[in-house]
Design a protein around this ligand. Structure first.
Ligand SMILES: Cc1ncc(COP(=O)(O)O)c(C=O)c1O
Ligand SMILES: C[C@H](O)[C@H](N)C(=O)O
Length: 350
């Protein structure tokens, strides 16, 4: 019953086998390995973007911060949701790698910003000329930090506002596969065709050991990204081990299959929790995470049974009335089974 994060999941056997397979003999370093050339071509085909620049880094934070550094100058601000990972969970990496850009936080239900809220925030930011940070870029997360998903139409609406203000758009796609599995859109429709300039295409949450692709749809920015990546210490010398993970991920649409499994587990878990006495969902379950509240006694039973998950916010106390609802985040991964879900529901139901 592991629901703390999809970061806690094991690595699919196919991925480990691919890394072992790549471990024979010698391979050129720093991205010159043969596997990576294949990965670049495959991602360009998947995204219908033959001119896109593709790079691999090991963490989502590195991908986000380096991508934003290519899009937003130090005297400007990145517009993002108040609960965006780049705001709440990257320890200032975006501000560090951009050389000091600010983040302008935008509210919105279920961790999603609206085009109208973005337009208002941009207008306010541009109000006083040299005395204010300038509008610099827009950052979206899909699937979001609340387990919700932007449709391609919603992404396009937000990108249209950004474009109208001359701003580029970054997409934190740590869980892009989960978002795509939840929509009928194509990878291109959910990114560059909607107006996204740089996609951080996540692999780690969705099963990889540690590999994220940065897909830059405007190759003009490619060389700057390469320089920033090296200068930031994120260029892998033994790059073939990142490439092997990503190649296995793309093989036979494994990335989509893993995401679909995680999303299906979350849908099962969400329906089960919603049916529990005194329980309620806090956000729609659209990808692989469930946000819900239920009575403290259910949490006590789950924790006594060894369930792993976070109260969300984490600072809620387990001391107090049995029937008082406490809220939690439950994240399903490719490895979450129906048995895990059903056992958890039975324990919480008491
Ligand atoms: C939405 C989102 N973006 C980015 C990241 C950053 O990934 P990492 O922890 O690998 O730096 C995470 C982490 O899980 C995340 O949940
Ligand atoms: C929030 C934390 O940083 C991690 N991205 C997770 O989703 O578990």
């Amino acid at each position: 019953m592991h629901f703390a994060s999809d970061n806690t999941s094991p690595v699919p056997p196919q991925v480990l086998e691919a890394v072992i397979e790549a471990n024979h003999g010698y391979a050129m370093p720093y991205g010159a390995d043969a596997i990576f050339a294949e990965v670049q071509d495959r991602l360009r085909r998947i995204f219908e973007a033959p001119g896109a620049a593709v790079y691999l880094v090991a963490t989502g934070t590195a991908a986000n911060a380096l991508a934003l550094a290519c899009l937003c100058p130090p005297w400007a601000t990145v517009f993002c949701h108040r609960n965006a990972h780049v705001e709440e969970d990257e320890c200032g990496a975006p501000e560090f790698y951009t050389g000091g850009s600010k983040l302008t936080l935008i509210d919105g239900a279920h961790a999603k910003m609206t085009a109208a809220a973005l337009e208002q925030a941009i207008g306010f930011a541009a109000r006083a000329g040299v005395h204010n940070v300038q509008p610099g870029a827009v950052s979206l997360t899909n699937a979001t930090e609340a387990g919700t998903v932007y449709s391609s139409a919603e992404v396009a609406e937000i990108c249209a506002v950004a474009r109208g203000a001359g701003l580029p758009v970054h997409l934190d796609g740590a869980r892009f596969a989960n978002a795509l599995a939840a929509t009928a859109a194509s990878p291109a429709e959910l990114t560059w065709k909607a107006g996204v300039d740089i996609l951080c295409f996540g692999g780690t949450k969705n099963g990889l050991m540690g590999a994220e692709a940065v897909i830059i749809f405007d190759p003009e920015k490619a060389w700057e990204f390469e320089l920033r990546r090296k200068r930031g210490g994120h260029l892998f010398s033994k790059h073939r081990y990142l490439s092997a993970q990503m190649a296995a991920y793309l093989d036979d649409d494994l990335w989509l299959k893993l995401a679909a499994r995680a999303n299906a587990a979350a849908a099962r878990l969400s329906a089960g929790i919603a049916a529990l006495e005194g329980a309620r969902l806090l956000h729609p379950t659209e990808a692989n995470a469930v946000f819900a509240a239920w009575p403290r006694k259910g949490h006590a039973a789950a924790q006594a049974a060894g369930a792993q998950y976070y109260l969300w916010p984490m600072d809620q106390s387990m001391e107090g009335p049995d029937d008082e609802p406490l809220s939690a985040r439950l994240v399903c991964s490719w490895s979450t089974t129906d048995e895990d879900v059903d056992r958890f529901l039975n324990v919480v139901a008491g």
